[in-house]
Design a binder for this molecule. Structure first.
Ligand SMILES: [Zn+2]
Length: 132
């Protein structure tokens, strides 16, 4: 096993801050939780392993360069893109752009039904851009 440089470890810490919600994609370990298991990041150690409190009770770390996880939105459980939104609730929790839009709309008094309408319209605009 190769140990990552300090810069890479810092990068992992930035990308997976404590409290992040992640989903297991692949882990090569007999004791590994099944793929799709969700967990909460508790920290990143000095060799870049992500320490996790898995929802099934496991606490196996995610090894840098071996295991695969992806960040999920703590609100809706959807995929968290590389450009997440910041939750208005605490100004530090990263959430998906859709949940960011929902929070922003809720903050100005838009009800849930209309929020979904706005999000659907945003997605339609994005789809149009892609097909151009
Ligand atoms: Zn979300």
């Amino acid at each position: 096993m190769r140990f990552p440089s300090r810069e890479i470890v810092e990068g992992i810490r930035k990308r997976y801050p404590a409290g992040s919600r992640i989903e297991l994609v692949k882990m090569d370990d007999m004791q590994a939780p099944p793929a799709g298991t969700l967990g909460t990041v508790t920290g990143v150690d000095d060799i870049g392993s992500i320490m996790v409190r898995w929802d099934n009770g496991s606490s196996l770390s995610v090894c840098y360069g071996e295991d695969i996880v992806r960040r999920v939105c703590p609100v809706c459980g959807g995929s968290l893109t590389c450009h997440p939104a910041l939750s208005r609730r605490d100004n530090k929790t990263e959430i998906c752009p859709d949940c960011g839009t929902r929070e922003a709309l809720a903050a100005i008094g838009v009800d849930i039904e209309d929020q979904e309408g706005v999000i659907a319209a945003i997605h339609e605009l994005k789809d149009e851009k892609v097909s151009e």
